[in-house]
Structure formats: structure tokens, C-alpha cells
Design a protein around this ligand. Structure first.
Ligand SMILES: *Cc1c(COP(=O)(O)O)cnc(C)c1O
Length: 368
């Protein structure tokens, strides 16, 4: 048995004709940058998320970066984020010569701990950047209360969480901006890089549309200093095709997650494995199905030996990354994030066949 973590070839086989048709149209048109397909995708995503505005950009990282630029983040400013996430969440802050200020996560959902935010705010705090990790929303309402006075903008890193919601509000519709990635392994993945920013504020949207084209409203007249960060027509076309299947694919992920949880329970493994915790009011879209166990490395090796895809997201918390040595953080500063980095394993997340029996055969070869 061979169980890949994510089988994009199998997914492609189900949409091949539509994808080839739309790619054919773009090729016939020979118009590749922004354009009507990007506009259409922006409309579709805005409506899905529940914001009046969506702005296509070159990647999820750029969605975060342009948001920070829009809020005027610059050298010497501070932006509060979490140490347990993909590097981009903090990297974009440093790109602007601003300083990432980390706060620890909660041990159940691994999202930003709202109770730790207040102590990390200073007069230099220009934004708070919580991450909706693995497809589950952070507690934005609670974080919002903490940063209400003075009002500090919240930038949602929703790169892993398209379609997730909390109390009926979708990821990307809670903060001043919501940032999405269409990296191929996300729940809605392009055939390359792509990203989207959502917002309720039409003035912010207007400026973001300038920032993605070097601040230019009309050709060769530049109002702002921006960047080249545009979404391709080809990617937009592909994403429009894939978007039609997103609800179905998300339901499948949720189904699989429920099945895995049931099987782990039935196998009496809950004393050794902690299942994903979905907190009250949350709709989790399971970009990753992530469990924790003290014997993570053994389990990972065992799964790999048995050709079952598994990955550690993320083995090194950001405050302990070499490139952040000069921020002066130490081991022990964020114990919850550090323990998560030791114990999490994202695994078994694929089509139909949850090979739980491989883990719990009870013979000499199984880990547990
Ligand atoms: C994928 C991801 C990003 C970056 O998105 P790219 O499109 O790869 O630039 C940022 N934050 C998180 C949490 C992500 O998972």
C-alpha cells in the first residue's frame, strides 16, 4: 500500500478536461497578466468569503507583505505574530525591516493565545498577524478585544484556511485584511504561485490594487511605491475551475478527518495520540490533519517505512530559527510552541483509505 500525503495527480485526473479548456482559452488570448479571469476569480472569492473586495496577488506571502505595506509598517515597527507557523508569517515582517514580536500559542489548537497578546503590545506595534493554522480559525474576536484601544489592525494569515469559519464568519472576513495562498498544496491550489487579499474596506482595496502594480493608477504614473505582485490569468482560470469543486473537496477532508478520529478511538490509541481539537463554533477545513504524540519521531519513521505519507509541520519554531538569532529569543521563551514542534505530525491525509490498522496492529512491527 502506498498512501501519499496529498495526491494532486489523482485530483487533476478529475478536472483535466476543464483545466485544459481554460488554459487553451488563455493561450489563444495571449493576455496573461490580471485581466477578466482574475477579476472573475476576485468576485467569486469575495462572495465566498463574505467581503465586498478581493485582490489577486502573486502569492500568499505577498498578500501578507502588501497588507503590511498598506498599514504603513516600516523599519523599527513591531508586528505581533506566532512562532509556530510557516516562515512567511514572520518573514514578511522582517522584509520591511520591522520586528516580529512572537506570542505563544494555545496547546489545543496551536493558534495564537489571545491571553498573551496584551503583554506583547508596545507603542511601536503596528499590526497583529494571527495565523489560522492547519485550517482552523484563531480566536480573532478575543484578539480584537485586546487590540481595540488603540485600534491596531489585524491581518489574518488565512493561507491554510480557505472556507474555515468561526461563529459563522469566514476566515478572511474578520480582520482588516485576510490573506490567502494558492500554493499547490493548499485546499485551493493553483499550478504555481498565487494569492488573494480580502477586505471590507474599499479604500484599502483601492490602494492594494495600486500596490500590486508598482503603485500605478495609469501607466507610468506612480502614486505609491509598490511591487510587482499580480495574479496570472492562467492561474486564475485554473483556480476558477478548481473552485467549483472546493466545497466537495473540503467536505471530503472533513469526512476523512472524522473517519480517522473514529478509527484512532476504536483502536484505543487516545492515551498515546491526541487528535485534532476543533474549538467551539469553528468549522475546520483540515488543510492538515495534525495529531500529537510524545513518540512522534518513531511514529513518523514507522509510517514512512510503510509508505504512508507524513510530514512535520513545523519542526523548528520561528523564534529559534538561525535567521532570527539577533531578535534575542531563547529556548524556553515559548514553551507551548516548542513542545508542539516536538510532538506534532501531519499525516494520513489523503483520499479514502485510512491505514490506521498499520499503526495499531499490536505486533512487533507497529510503533504502539
Ligand atoms: C502557505 C503559507 C503562506 C505563504 O503562502 P505562499 O503562497 O507560499 O507565499 C503563509 N502563511 C502560511 C500559514 C502558509 O501556510
Amino acid at each position: 500500500m502506498n498512501v501519499p500525503l496529498l495526491d494532486l495527480k489523482a485530483q487533476y485526473a478529475t478536472i483535466q478536461d476543464d483545466i485544459q479548456r481554460i488554459m487553451g482559452e488563455v493561450c489563444a488570448d495571449q493576455s496573461f497578466i490580471l485581466g477578466p479571469l482574475v477579476q472573475k476569480l476576485e468576485q467569486v472569492i469575495a462572495e465566498f468569503i463574505g467581503t465586498p473586495e478581493a485582490i489577486g496577488v502573486a502569492s500568499g506571502s505577498d498578500a501578507l507583505l502588501l497588507s503590511l505595506m498598506e498599514f504603513g509598517v516600516q523599519a523599527g515597527d513591531e508586528v505581533v505574530t506566532v512562532p509556530f507557523t510557516f516562515f512567511a508569517s514572520a518573514g514578511v515582517i522582517s522584509r520591511l525591516q520591522a520586528k516580529p514580536v512572537f506570542v505563544d500559542i494555545t496547546p489545543d489548537t496551536w493558534n495564537m493565545n489571545p491571553d498573551k497578546v496584551a503583554e506583547s503590545l508596545t507603542p511601536n506595534t503596528k499590526a497583529v498577524l494571527p495565523v489560522h493554522l492547519f485550517g482552523q480559525c484563531a480566536d480573532i474576536p478575543k484578539i480584537e478585544q485586546v487590540v481595540a484601544e488603540p485600534k491596531i489592525p489585524i491581518i489574518e494569515d488565512a493561507c491554510q484556511a480557505i472556507g474555515a469559519s468561526r461563529d459563522g464568519v469566514k476566515a478572511g472576513a474578520m480582520g482588516r485584511t485576510g490573506c490567502f495562498s494558492f500554493f499547490p498544496s493548499k485546499n485551493l491550489g493553483a499550478f504555481g504561485d498565487g494569492g488573494m487579499i480580502t477586505t471590507h474596506d474599499s479604500e484599502i482595496a483601492d490602494r492594494l490594487r495600486l500596490l500590486r502594480v508598482h503603485g500605478s493608477r495609469s501607466e507610468y504614473h506612480h502614486h505609491l511605491i509598490g511591487a510587482n505582485s499580480r495574479l496570472d490569468a492562467l492561474q486564475a482560470g485554473i483556480l476558477l475551475v478548481k473552485y467549483q469543486r472546493l466545497a466537495e473537496w473540503t467536505a471530503k477532508r472533513q469526512d476523512n478527518a472524522a473517519t480517522y478520529c473514529r478509527l484512532f478511538k476504536e483502536a484505543n490509541l487516545l492515551d498515546r495520540i491526541t487528535l485534532p481539537v476543533v474549538s467551539q463554533g469553528n468549522r475546520h477545513v483540515f488543510n492538515q490533519f495534525t495529531i500529537r504524540t510524545a513518540r512522534r519521531d518513531e511514529l513518523s519513521a514507522f509510517l514512512t517505512e510503510n509508505h504512508i505519507g507524513n510530514r512535520v509541520y513545523y519542526p523548528v519554531p520561528l523564534h529559534l530559527q538561525e535567521c532570527y538569532r539577533e531578535l534575542g529569543y531563547r529556548k524556553g521563551d515559548f514553551p507551548v510552541a516548542e513542545q508542539a514542534a516536538q510532538e506534532v505530525l501531519s499525516c494520513l491525509f489523503t483520499r479514502n483509505c485510512p491505514p490506521i490498522n498499520c499503526i495499531c496492529r499490536g505486533d512487533d512491527q507497529s510503533v504502539f
